[in-house]
Design a protein around this ligand. Structure first.
Ligand code: DAH
Length: 334
């Protein structure tokens, strides 16, 4: 019998069992000492050299799957017996369905906003070199961001990226402008968990490089992002900032959605900082050989956006796998 036919029959028979005794019979028929699948597994030795690994792999995987299916079915049958579910007049039990993690849902939402503005999604590695994470981003050796306390280093000198900005460099190295990319991903910093810090967090990086990109394009693009994320009438403000890889640098602030600008414990005098951005530093462009181009870049923490958008006061909630918390975020509710 062909393996996939055997699989189909076994799955169907397991599913159709109504009692533990019936299930045990099915188990013996397929997985018992003389079971159909057991016999196939025993006869693998007689197959040709080419067939052996292929059939072996499929048959062994199938054995594991059937074992699991039987276990699950057994549990279900036992549960329904103790609950008296043979009584067909009882209401059915709703199966529990998982949902995407809130950070995944929000990341996708943000990414879609930028896709609608012509950005493409790219990803970079979480283990980086000093060059991509710092040097190529115009971060001199004495810069505090390089401090051992901030960065997780590996024994071989590489490091866990502290931000998604190195993806900018990887993209500029491989592709020539015009470039318009967005790059989501996980980052790491030496921090202990507290309500506003986590040693791991998600960022989304953006980069637009072309002949005539201006600060106005940067502001316009991020304004659209902020309004689509926090609501159409959100008050948006750009303040000067500092990042080694942008010049000039800016911070995007929005009016605090909790106190609507009056001032509260969450915000800074009625406003909240959302992200960092700026025009790509001429040194960065020069290193990439793009002196005749201009660009803007931005980077945001997804947890931070989520905390502001959903009024969450503790970043640790995203990493504790508490179902009561996570279940509030099924897609239809967001
Ligand atoms: N990489 C910065 C951080 O982790 C965020 C950032 C700021 C990214 C400005 C940028 C930018 O691309 O232009 O804090």
């Amino acid at each position: 019998m062909k393996l996939h036919e055997l699989e189909k029959n076994a799955r169907k028979e397991i599913e159709e069992t109504a009692t533990s005794e019936e299930l045990e019979k099915v188990r013996i028929r397929y997985l018992g000492r003389k079971g159909k699948l057991t016999e196939i597994l025993h006869s693998i030795g007689n197959l040709s050299k080419e067939e052996k690994p292929v059939v072996g792999r499929v048959a062994n995987r199938l054995k594991i799957e059937l074992d699991q299916l039987i276990l699950i079915r057994k549990k279900n049958l036992e549960e329904s017996r103790t609950l008296g579910l043979e009584d067909l007049s009882l209401p059915g039990r709703k199966p529990t369905i998982g949902n995407l993690h809130p950070l995944t849902i929000l990341s996708e939402e943000i990414i879609n906003i930028f896709i609608s503005m012509g950005f493409s999604v790219v990803e970079g590695p979480e283990i980086e070199t000093d060059y991509y994470n710092f040097t190529a981003l115009n971060t001199p050796p004495e810069h505090p961001a390089r401090d051992l306390h901030d960065t997780f280093y590996l024994k071989d000198g590489r490091l866990l990226r502290t931000h998604t900005s190195p993806v900018q460099i990887r993209i500029m190295e491989k592709h020539s402008p015009p470039l318009r990319i967005i790059s989501p991903g996980r980052c790491y910093r030496v921090d202990t968990f507290d309500p506003s810090h986590s040693p791991t967090f998600m960022q989304i990086e953006g980069l637009w490089v072309d002949k005539d990109v201006s600060m106005a394009d940067l502001f316009g693009t991020l304004k659209i992002f902020a309004r689509k994320t926090f609501g159409g009438d959100t008050k948006v403000e750009f303040l000067p900032g500092y990042f080694p890889f942008t010049e000039p640098s800016a911070e995007l602030w929005i009016q605090c959605p909790f106190c609507t600008g009056k001032g509260c414990s969450v915000c800074h005098q009625g406003n909240i900082e959302i992200l960092g951005c700026g025009m790509v530093h001429p040194n960065v462009l020069k290193n990439m050989g793009y002196s005749e181009f201009l660009g803007f870049a931005f980077g945001m923490g997804v947890e931070r956006i989520a905390m502001i958008k959903y009024n969450i006061n503790d970043i640790r909630l995203f990493y504790q796998n508490d179902l009561q918390f996570l279940k509030q975020f099924n897609e239809s509710k967001l």
